[in-house]
Ligand binder design. Structure first.
Ligand SMILES: *Cc1c(COP(=O)(O)O)cnc(C)c1O
Length: 433
């Protein structure tokens, strides 16, 4: 395929974009605000690489923030979308591909017996919350500081107060009433959950969490944390909801629930299941999912839900994951990457810690251990910003935020690893204290 030269440079596009899009982007973190510098504009993706409008090439550790576990423009995904495209882009009537995709998700994710397809992770989590409330007849729910569950009102609660009973919105436009029933506690603090539920457990519809935190950097659950939440929710009749929009088909095929052996009542999915097209899903125990309309009274709907292009792409990627187990190899790449980065940083006197889990990885500019968002906030974010820029100049695209996980694809190989670690050693030198 002939590379298409972009007509406009990144800097031209950036100045035009800022006139017509708030902050120049359609999703905030793309703006590089937390690392400084200007974002590049993408011309195309090629396997593990992005090529920008100026023709510069980057090893991509974002992979569209998770979806592209087969890399950019994988032939299987391209073929699946092309094949469907000629038969129509949307019908508003059921298709076999939706049934196939549901069967696949049920087959691969331990906690899912029945599933509803939606268009984004945000839709999946806001719908799962409605289902949990409708099923239990309770309104309150618990989330953990630093866990991201999309941008629906009830989830946009500030971290830091430590007062579980007091949710305050952290975005103008979110009324206090919308988050009044949102309780907030630090991740990995089981005792705090026990204390809250001892008194108020029967007021709670659900406990929501990313079973492995990926939106505050990569933070793993400590042994016993997920098991403890399972026991507490069961005891008090609240639902345990794993938001696996990021970790599903990323930390293991069946997500964190497969990897850690703790089965939630409801699971939300997105990202990988759409292979780069807009898809989300929520599913769980049959008895719970049967409250969803039209089988039950809890309303949820979508003009484009189960979209044929999205299910074609999603089915192709999920089929590949059914037939292959890339996770041991992905994790070994991630472990070597993290070890090499930490060595590069520590060699010049920058304390660092981190780890890899399946196809996700993360490094904090912090000596560790990082057990919660509260810990992550102690990292040297300013130096990370400088490091990010130095890496970019050397052809490595890290997430433009110190609080994001990194993502791998099956096409990241020895060449990319070596390029990344060489860049990391040079970048570390350049930003040394
Ligand atoms: C990305 C993400 C979401 C939101 O998904 P969108 O498709 O961006 O709406 C929700 N939860 C988690 C854990 C995510 O990583």
């Amino acid at each position: 395929m002939a590379p298409s030269a972009s007509t406009f440079s990144s800097s031209e596009l950036w100045s035009r974009a800022r006139e017509v899009l708030p902050g120049g982007v359609n999703s905030p973190v793309r703006s590089f605000k937390s690392v400084g510098g200007d974002p590049f504009f993408v011309d195309r993706g090629e396997g593990p690489y992005l090529v920008d409008a100026d023709g510069l090439r980057y090893v991509d550790y974002i992979m569209s923030w998770g979806p592209l576990i087969l890399g950019h423009a994988h032939p299987l995904i391209v073929e699946a979308i092309e094949g469907q495209l000629r038969r129509g882009t949307s019908y508003g009537a059921p298709t076999g591909a939706e049934v196939e995709m549901a069967e696949r998700l049920i087959g691969m994710v331990p906690g899912i017996e029945m599933v509803r397809l939606v268009n984004s992770g945000t839709e999946a989590t806001m719908s799962a919350l409605r289902v949990a409330r409708g099923y239990t007849g309770r309104n309150r729910f618990l989330k953990f500081t630093g866990c991201y569950h999309g941008h629906a009102d009830p989830f946009l609660v500030a971290a830091g107060s430590g007062v579980a009973t007091l949710g305050l919105p952290n975005s103008p436009g979110v009324p206090e009433e919308a988050v009044r029933d949102t309780a907030l506690l630090p991740f990995n603090d089981l005792e705090a959950v026990e204390d809250l539920f001892r008194d108020k457990g029967d007021e709670f519809a659900a406990v929501f969490l990313e079973p492995v935190m990926g939106n505050a950097g990569l933070i793993a659950p400590e042994p016993g944390f997920l098991e403890g939440l399972r026991a507490i929710t069961e005891k008090h009749g609240a639902l345990l909801v794993f938001d696996e929009v990021m970790t599903g088909f990323r930390v293991a095929r069946g997500g964190a629930q497969e990897r850690f052996g703790v089965i939630p009542d409801l699971t939300t999915l997105g990202k990988v299941i759409g292979a780069g097209l807009p898809v989300g899903a929520f599913g769980g125990r049959r008895e719970v999912m049967e409250v969803v309309a039209p089988s039950g009274p809890v309303y949820q709907a979508g003009t484009l839900s189960g979209n044929p292009l999205a299910t074609a792409a999603g089915n192709a990627q999920l089929r590949w994951l059914e037939e292959n187990d890339p996770f041991p190899e992905l994790e070994s790449y991630g472990v070597r990457l993290v070890k090499g980065m930490i060595e590069a940083l520590e060699a010049v006197g920058i304390p660092a810690s981190g780890h890899a889990l399946g196809s996700m990885w993360g490094v904090f500019f912090h000596p560790g251990p990082v057990r919660s968002f509260e810990d992550a906030l102690q990292a040297d974010t300013e130096r990370f910003g400088l490091f990010h820029r130095e890496m970019l100049q050397r052809g490595v695209f890290l997430a433009p935020s110190p609080f994001e996980a990194g993502f791998l694809s099956i096409l990241h190989g020895e060449e990319e690893l070596e390029l990344t670690l060489t860049a990391a050693r040079e970048a570390a030198e350049a930003v040394a204290p």
